[in-house]
Structure formats: C-alpha cells, structure tokens
Ligand binder design. Structure first.
Ligand SMILES: Cc1cc2nc3c(=O)[nH]c(=O)nc-3n(C[C@H](O)[C@H](O)[C@H](O)COP(=O)(O)OP(=O)(O)OC[C@H]3O[C@@H](n4cnc5c(N)ncnc54)[C@H](O)[C@@H]3O)c2cc1C
Length: 307
C-alpha cells in the first residue's frame, strides 16, 4: 500500500488544478474568510464548534509572517461580527518561527492578547519534530507571561510525548492530542500503528489525570471509544473536554459524538494558498494522499481506510 500511496503522490502535480480543487474542497473551506465563516455557521447550526486555520505556504520574509498575523486578526473580527463559535489554530512557521524566535513570539503574543480581549482562544498547531522544542518553549513563555487563552498540540507518535506532558504539568496545559501527521524517523517516533494508539491512550490518561482540558483529535473509531472511556473514568463532564476532527473527514462519526452529548470541534482551513498547501501536505504524507484518493474514488480501493 505504501508503494501505491507514493505513486498517487508522484502523479499529483500532473493532475489538473480544478480536479485537485474538487478533491480538496471537502477538506478546505475556500479561499476567503467569508468562505470559512459560512462553513463554521453551518457547523455551529449542527451543534459543532470550529477552529479556523489560515493556510499559508512556507514563508521566507518578515512581511509574509506579519501578513499571516493580520489575516488572523481579520478572522477574529469576523468571528465576533458573525457571532460564531470558533477559535483559531496557528502554525508557528507561518508566523516566522524559522526566521526569528523573537519575531514569531511578537506576532503570536499579539494574536493571543487580541483573542483574550475578545474572549477567544489560540491553539498552536504542532509541526514536524524540528519545531517541537521551540513550539513548547514559546507556549511556556506565553503562559508564564500570564496568558491563559492559548493551547498547544502533542503528538502521540513521538516517543517524547509522555515526558513533555510531565515537563508541562506545572502549567496544566490545554492540549490537543493527535497522532501526528508528519513522517518522522524511528529513533524519535513510533512507526507501528498499534504503538501510536497505545501511546495516545497513555498520553490522554496522563493529561486527564493532570487536570488538563484535552481536545481529543482523532477519526480512529477505536481511539474515540478509548477517549470516551477515559473521560468517563476521570469523571469529566461534557464541558471539560472535547473531541476534534478535520473538516470533511468521517463526518458521520462526528454527528454521532454530538448526538451522544460530547463537544466536537471541527478544524476548518481556508486560504488563497489552498493549492500549494494541498499538494505539500499530500506530498509530506503519502498515507493521507491514499486516504483522500480512496475517498475521492468512492472507496474503489477496498481495505485502505482501516488503518
Ligand atoms: C482537529 C485536528 C487537528 C490536528 N492537528 C494536528 C497538528 O497540529 N499536528 C499534527 O501533526 N497533526 C495534526 N492532526 C492530524 C493527526 O495527527 C492525524 O494525522 C490525523 O488525524 C489522522 O489520524 P487519526 O487519529 O484520525 O487516525 P488514522 O488511523 O490515521 O485515521 C482514521 C481514519 O480517518 C480518516 N482520515 C484520517 N485523516 C484523514 C485525512 N487527513 N484525510 C482523509 N481521511 C482521513 C481515514 O479514513 C482513516 O482511515 C490533527 C488532526 C485533527 C483531527
């Protein structure tokens, strides 16, 4: 299957842009903030919360990083104007992490302060392992500066995650826990599907025990059930945790969670850079290209969606 996934990825740049757009439109809200807000309004009407992500390509200048910051400010304004139930998710490389730690902190802190003024929240996405230390360091800096309306992401595939939970424990962090989307080397990351699942369960248990608010971000049915079991065992009320899913992925699972009284937040990406972003994300992780191809082809590839 891995070979087939890689083959799909290699052919992607040759696929006409309108077709890539049709494939991705289920996963990306559109190019403008209004597109994202229309999607969020619909999700809210279905009893789902959202987190809006401004898609950006790899940035190389301060101006580009600042521009992404301004786009988020516009997102906050629009969320308020339209009275939407949504926070935002940001990627620190888009805010200049690889250019200058100080610049990135300045833009991030400004966003988090603006969110606080509006009673909103900023989730810092976790990128590949070259960013983990700096991302967690910036998160700590903001929390130690007294900002509480900011959360971070931990990836169950990384061997370091349980240690990170211990290191962050004094902050009682608000954490989105996910498997991790980046392909990482064996020395630092579990490669086996079941090992990642087991680490997810251990991490979730540790976070709940430590009092963290957790966003349980998965479409994996087995993990969703484990998540339900753990929040029950830890005596969490529905307002004290949430499930999270990506726009367009397994919406039936999300509907069932909401019908059962769990909070659910949907990740809603939008932006002009949808094409470059889609290609890059698909190329970074051939497995995801496989999911999408299987989905788009009406599951012509039986058995691909199990793991
Ligand atoms: C709200 C949210 C935020 C996330 N934020 C981050 C982050 O900050 N950093 C990070 O590294 N990762 C992030 N991820 C991605 C995550 O790490 C996983 O790569 C992804 O969710 C797939 O893992 P899974 O738990 O759903 O299990 P899997 O076993 O991989 O997936 C279960 C099933 O869900 C479907 N599926 C899963 N993902 C997709 C997809 N992208 N497209 C189509 N179908 C899919 C497939 O049918 C698959 O069989 C996020 C995920 C979610 C839901």
């Amino acid at each position: 299957m891995a070979l087939l996934d890689r083959a799909i990825v290699r052919t992607l740049p040759a696929v006409p842009k309108p077709i890539v757009r049709r494939i991705s439109e289920r996963y990306i809200a559109g190019t403008r903030v209004d597109d994202a807000c229309r999607v969020v309004e619909k999700l809210n009407a279905e009893g789902k919360m959202a987190t809006i992500d401004v898609l950006g390509e790899e940035i190389t200048t301060w101006e580009e990083a600042r521009h992404i910051g301004y786009q988020y400010e516009n997102v906050f304004r629009t969320i308020d104007e339209q009275n939407l139930d949504s926070n935002v998710s940001v990627k620190l490389t888009g805010l200049g992490l690889k250019l200058d730690h100080g610049l990135c902190r300045e833009i991030l802190e400004r966003l988090v302060r603006q969110a606080a003024e509006r009673g909103n929240f900023v989730r810092i996405d976790m990128e590949d392992s070259s960013c983990t230390d700096e991302t967690l360091a910036l998160y700590r800096e903001l929390r130690e500066a007294g900002l509480d309306n900011v959360g971070v992401v931990l990836q169950a595939c990384l061997r370091r995650t349980l240690a990170d939970i211990e290191t962050l424990a004094d902050l009682t962090p608000n954490v989105r826990l996910c498997k991790g989307i980046y392909v990482e080397p064996e020395e630092i990351a579990y490669q086996d599907f079941d090992e990642v699942r087991e680490n997810f369960v251990r991490a979730l248990d540790a976070l709940l025990r430590g009092g963290s608010y957790v966003g349980i971000a998965t479409h994996d049915e087995w993990l969703i059930e484990e998540g339900k079991r753990l929040v029950r065992e830890h005596g969490r009320l529905p307002a004290e945790y949430e499930f999270q899913m990506l726009l367009g992925v397994r919406p039936g699972h999300g509907d069932r969670l909401v019908a059962d009284g769990h909070r659910l937040r949907i990740y809603v990406p939008f932006g002009e850079e949808w094409y470059a972003y889609s290609l890059r994300r698909l190329q970074e992780n051939p497995k995801i290209a496989g999911y999408i191809a299987a989905d788009a082809l009406g599951r012509l590839l039986p058995g691909r969606n199990g793991r």
